[in-house]
Design a protein around this ligand. Structure first.
Ligand code: 5GP
Ligand code: ZN
Length: 132
């Protein structure tokens, strides 16, 4: 069994709120969101961070696009922060590559407000994102 938290999430050994997946990437809600709908997009293979090789960002790009479209249509996002931390000095805490996709809205704009107010819990946001 892998000791990597996100490898275990990809394998289904640890539960997660999946919002999108394809053959190379997996996307799920961040457990401590900075914005409602804060999503992590990760490669299915283990790499420590997004700059390990030139393929990682390409593997994640289709999922980032799909997730941003979902956040736009389901949560009304009108902007996004697309962020990846590389290395402990950047603030990276989980050493399996991941891109943070943060939906943004006009009522709380700008990088200074990247940690916004959370009014709806994860279950409620997840229901909005996954309703048929
Ligand atoms: P980092 O600081 O490494 O860029 O971000 C790691 C992110 O993973 C954090 O935003 C944190 O909230 C999230 N996270 C950590 N553990 C879990 C978990 O078990 N499940 C989920 N869904 N997110 C997690
Ligand atoms: Zn891993």
């Amino acid at each position: 069994m892998s000791e990597c938290l996100f490898c275990r999430i990809v394998a289904g050994e640890i539960p997660s709120k999946q919002v999108y997946a394809d053959d190379r990437a997996y996307a799920f809600l961040d457990i401590e969101p900075w914005q409602e709908g804060h999503t992590l997009v990760i490669p299915r293979r283990h790499v420590d961070h997004a700059l390990v090789d030139e393929d990682v960002l390409a593997e994640l790009a289709p999922s980032v696009l799909a997730v941003s479209a979902l956040l736009r249509t389901r949560l009304g996002a009108t902007g996004f922060n697309i962020l990846t931390n590389v290395g402990a000095d950047s603030g990276q805490e989980v050493f399996h590559a991941h891109i943070h996709v943060l939906p943004r809205h006009a009522d709380s704009p700008g990088i200074r407000n990247i940690r916004g107010a959370i009014h709806r819990d994860l279950d409620e946001v997840y229901a909005l994102l996954t309703a048929e």
